[in-house]
Design a protein around this ligand. Structure first.
Ligand SMILES: O=C(CO)[C@H](O)[C@H](O)COP(=O)(O)O
Length: 220
């Protein structure tokens, strides 16, 4: 395993401490979450089942023998575990590198504790070096892109990609994200936007950071 994969695995092991037995567990998407699912598969907690944020995660959880239930059935959750592409000191996030941020945001919103796992490379003082993913309705994608240009952004359509919801994703460079809550509200108000991958209004509650010197945990 590479150093980076070892760090992801270490973060996943630390996140496991937040799993609550007897309940449904929210599970995010991405390579760090894949390590978390591997940890779940090895330790087999007595959870009721999982609520998944993507088809890829659902398939991996089912292969590991876990029940996957719809959020509509499971209701509000105690714990949601996921990764992120960037994290600020206030635990605001950029998510959606894997294109799953719509379902991720819905699950985060109804979870008491959002546990986010990252490696040190994803910690930034100000969000925005990572291009901001925005899921859009196909017929509105050019209109949304023009609105983003007016905000100072440089939008790029993600080539040959559709989200699990069947929508295109625009990755936006160059936005000023010094006030991420305000930018999130502004982008949410553009007609045609399904979900912006800014998690500032609902940031992480617990941040697990894995680095060369081990794992640290920060709480909001
Ligand atoms: O937001 C996400 C998917 O939509 C992921 O959490 C994010 O892209 C991080 O992925 P990885 O753990 O592979 O670096």
């Amino acid at each position: 395993m590479s150093n980076n994969e070892q760090q992801k695995r270490a973060a996943a092991e630390a996140a496991y401490e937040y799993v609550v037995e007897g309940e449904y567990l929210g599970v995010g998407t991405g390579s760090t979450v894949n390590h978390f699912i591997d940890v779940l598969a090895e330790r087999r907690p007595a959870i009721k089942g999982c609520v998944s944020s993507s088809e890829a995660t659902t398939a991996r959880l089912k292969r590991a023998g876990f029940d996957v239930e719809t959020l509509n059935f499971a209701g509000d959750l105690s714990v949601y575990v996921d990764g992120a592409d960037e994290v600020s000191p206030q635990l605001a996030l950029i998510k959606g590198g894997g294109g799953a941020m719509t379902r991720e945001k819905i699950i985060a919103q109804v979870s008491d504790t959002f546990v986010c796992m990252v490696d040190t490379s994803k910690q930034v003082d100000v969000l925005g070096a990572f291009p901001l993913p925005i899921e859009v309705i196909e017929m509105g994608r050019s209109a949304v892109a023009r609105a983003l240009v007016k905000m100072g952004g440089l939008p790029e359509l993600r080539e040959d990609f559709r989200s699990d919801n069947g929508h295109p994703i625009i990755d936006v460079y160059n936005l000023d994200l010094t006030d991420p809550k305000a930018v999130e509200a502004r982008i949410n108000a553009i007609p045609g936007v399904v979900t912006v991958g800014l998690f500032a209004q609902r940031p992480a509650d617990v941040l697990i950071v894995a680095g060369a010197d081990g794992v640290t945990t920060k709480k909001r």
